[in-house]
Design a protein around this ligand. Structure first.
Ligand SMILES: [Zn+2]
Length: 126
């Protein structure tokens, strides 16, 4: 792939990485093994009434789900950046052919080309 295109996509990926890290940083912290942990919502003073506590658990569930989605995004962006570094970027993980640049412009962390067989194979691997 064209070096200029890679540079452009790398910038997009890095901007997205920063955005996700900032967003995740708002409600997660580093755990003991450097993993991302959702911060416990403040359960407030002792004696908080039941409905308030239920709200906080609901909020915690919502944050967990959000961490899952954003975290997955961040992982695939990190993987794409690693591939750029190693010179393997933009190749379909299934058939090894170059992924169309138009597809990468829309989804720079794409792992597979648009062939149905590659899409299916990749989905099954997950
Ligand atoms: Zn393919």
């Amino acid at each position: 792939m064209d070096k200029k295109n890679i540079e452009k996509l790398k910038n997009i990926l890095e901007a997205e990485k920063t955005r996700l890290e900032t967003e995740l940083g708002n409600f997660t912290k580093k755990g003991l093994e450097n993993e991302r942990v959702v911060k416990n919502p403040d359960l407030g003073e002792k004696g908080a009434d039941f409905s308030e506590e239920a709200d906080q658990y609901e909020e915690f569930d919502r944050l967990l789900a959000m961490e899952h989605v954003l975290g997955d995004d961040l992982d695939s962006i990190n993987l794409a950046l690693l591939k750029i570094k190693n010179g393997h970027y933009g190749l379909c993980e299934s058939c090894g052919e170059e992924i169309n640049i138009k597809r990468l412009e829309i989804n720079p962390q794409a792992h597979a080309c648009i062939k149905t067989s590659c899409q299916l194979k990749f989905m099954q691997q997950q």
